[in-house]
Design a protein around this ligand. Sequence first.
Ligand code: GLU
Length: 301
Amino acid sequence: MGSSLRPDLARLEAVLDAPPLTRFAPSPTGFLHLGHVVNAIYVWGIARALGGRVLLRVEDHDRIRSRPEYEAALLRDLEWLGFEPDAGRAPLLRQSDTPSVYEDAIAQLRATTEVYVCECSRKDIGGERYDSRCRQRSLSPGPGRGLRVRLAGGTEKFEDALLGPLMQVPAEQCGDLLVRDRDGHWTYQLAVTVDDMRQSVTLVIRGSDLVSSTGRQIQLARMLGRRNAPIFLHHPLIHDERGEKLSKSAGDTGVRDLRSAGLSAPEVIGLAAYQVGLIGARESIGASEVAGLFRAGSPQP
Ligand code: GLU
């Protein structure tokens, strides 16, 4: 479906069968940086090019790393850049506001599969794949204990709008899925799957670092009764000079730092578009112009 930078919009439109509903879903665990701006360019650019809508979701499932001051700063910086969600800011979905929906999802999963207490730490597990060693132990919930969902097994095939056809076997990749961590917080995998479903998101646009999560989210959504999985698009990431993913390094890629260094919002958006390769030279791009980066005839680097 298109190049590795731009999706084939006609094809995407055909598989979506209605204008998409997508989302911008930052975690308030740090300040907005150029990596987020790249994601916003893709989210708003593709939504606008297809006549779709964008929701704003604050993914604060991790109650230790999330902070209200980061949330306030993220929203302020996003507004400064000019990326406006379609439903406005008021009905913003904040995961920590609605703990019962995740409880309900667990109750629903219990009806069809095993949901069990697990006390293994990352160190105990040693790699990405969990070997189900707590499945038979009937541990009771408590501090330092998490919750896992038994996955059915089986292959998930999907067509990424940028990466093409992909195939994943979640039970082999990660084993039974952690849905509540040992600190008692809902995990990203559970929260994002429940929210994409309850908000009827039809197009998930995010960085390629999350591609390996997709099969397990499709499988979990099906276990929760979702009939049609959303379409997924995983876009390239930008890296700092040391080759590190930006969210791991932050520093002078922070939107507020670039702003205090005197850059305008269109200059920051242009810088992000340039760094990810959507344009061949630094130029200014307003938030309302990002659809042009994806429409046919848009400048190629
Ligand atoms: N909250 C995630 C992040 O900030 C995004 C999750 C997603 O788009 O699925 O990386």
